[in-house]
Design a protein around this ligand. Structure first.
Ligand SMILES: NC(=O)C1=CN([C@@H]2O[C@H](COP(=O)(O)OP(=O)(O)OC[C@H]3O[C@@H](n4cnc5c(N)ncnc54)[C@H](OP(=O)(O)O)[C@@H]3O)[C@@H](O)[C@H]2O)C=CC1
Ligand SMILES: CC[C@](O)(C(C)=O)C(=O)O
Ligand SMILES: [Mg+2]
Ligand SMILES: [Mg+2]
Length: 343
């Protein structure tokens, strides 16, 4: 079995002596900055003036412009949107990096697809939490953690892996498990997971189920509870106990339906399409299309996003969630920004 590291396996003194700049204060940025700070590390956040700047100030972290934060830091973690990283790196980060600094990422996209080309005299590593930033923060506050991958692309100082592991421990990943990876493996598996299973796969499955029921004349509210709301409750059981743990809690009727009908919906054809998705990621086609989409100011992204937000499942869901205040309670309590559509 691959070696999984936990807090007791990791020495973090090497990072305690350094200053960490977190560039960006969105989903991952706020979680890394606050978790590291509360783990006893010296953190500065690099931003432009705006919404995130105001939130970081309100949260009590030191905030500077991106160039000033990079100048002060030994470790620079880039937590900007992937598509904006190359320009901001070239104009505001690279000119302020010094030999022996470390440049870090939470996703390997820009290094793996050569959109960011760092100087040879800095360390380059990734620490990629396997979970959404708001949950990286929430689980940390609850005394738990989200697992993370770490990987070294460039080791100029001979300390890159040690610093990366200390960083992963600081964000709370050592409570859940830390695994070594490469930039290639992290980038390709992360893109595949979010497209085929976690985000693209699950939203398409939910919508298809909802549409099948409503088109057959069933009430949209019933279809929403059946296909979307209950997904969380079933996924919680999967998270806690795997497939068998979930199947322990459901009826034998449901389990029999799971066995005989699940493979009618997700089958060898679906797997063949998943392999197509993986091929597009491995060949760089997905990355090229996404980069071009951004250069054209995101026409398809915006059009699809508008259409998705108008889907009947979203309309009925908004109405039903208003009547279940407890659903939003946790995120409100933790001051997460949860909006409709994109952040
Ligand atoms: N979202 C997630 O949970 C995960 C993300 N990742 C990776 O983490 C990285 C960050 O993603 P994510 O947290 O989703 O990003 P978000 O979109 O949530 O946050 C982006 C942050 O960057 C800031 N920003 C944007 N443009 C600029 C600019 N020109 N100058 C300064 N600051 C700017 C934004 O501030 P402002 O308010 O000013 O716009 C915001 O604080 C990506 O590499 C992503 O792949 C990895 C694992 C999971
Ligand atoms: C699943 C989506 C993700 O990869 C993540 C939260 O891990 C992302 O890029 O946001
Ligand atoms: Mg991910
Ligand atoms: Mg991702």
């Amino acid at each position: 079995m691959t070696k999984v590291l936990y807090n007791h396996n990791i020495q973090d003194e090497v990072l305690k002596a350094k200053k960490i700049a977190i560039i960006g204060y969105g989903s991952q940025g706020h979680a890394h900055a606050l978790n590291l700070k509360e783990s006893g590390f010296d953190v500065v956040v690099g931003l432009r003036k705006g919404k995130s700047w105001d939130k970081a100030v309100e949260d009590g972290v030191q905030v500077e412009t991106v160039p000033d934060a990079v100048k002060q830091a030994d470790v620079v973690m880039v937590l900007l949107p992937d598509e904006r990283q190359p320009k901001i790196y070239e104009e505001q980060i690279k000119p302020n990096l010094e030999a022996g600094n470390a440049l870090a990422f939470a996703h390997g996209f820009n290094i793996h697809f050569s959109q960011v080309e760092p100087p040879e005299d800095v360390d380059v590593f990734l620490v990629a939490p396997k979970g959404p930033g708001h949950l990286v923060r929430r689980t940390f506050e609850d005394g738990a953690g989200v697992p993370a991958l770490y990987g070294v692309y460039q080791d100029a100082t001979g300390q890159a892996a040690e610093v990366a592991l200390a960083y992963a421990k600081g964000v709370g990943a050592g409570r859940a498990g830390i695994l070594e990876t490469s930039f290639q493996e992290e980038t390709e598996t992360d893109l595949f997971g979010e497209q085929a299973v976690l985000c693209g796969g699950i939203t398409s499955l939910i919508k298809a189920g909802f549409e099948t029921l409503t088109e057959a004349g069933y009430q949209p509210e019933v279809a929403y509870f059946e296909c979307l709301h209950e997904t969380k409750l079933i996924v919680d059981l999967l998270y806690e106990g795997g497939l068998a743990g979930m199947r322990y809690s459901i009826s034998d009727t449901a389990q029999w339906g799971d066995f005989v009908s699940g493979p009618r919906v997700v089958n060898e054809d679906t797997k063949a399409r998943m392999k197509d998705v993986l091929t597009d990621i491995q060949t760089g086609k997905f990355a090229k299309d996404w980069i071009l989409e951004n250069q054209a100011n995101r026409p398809q992204f915006k059009a699809i996003n508008t259409k998705e937000n108008q889907h009947q499942i979203e309309k009925v869901g908004r109405e039903l969630r208003e009547l279940m205040p407890f659903v939003k309670q946790q995120s409100k309590k933790k001051k997460d920004v949860v909006t409709h559509g994109s952040r």
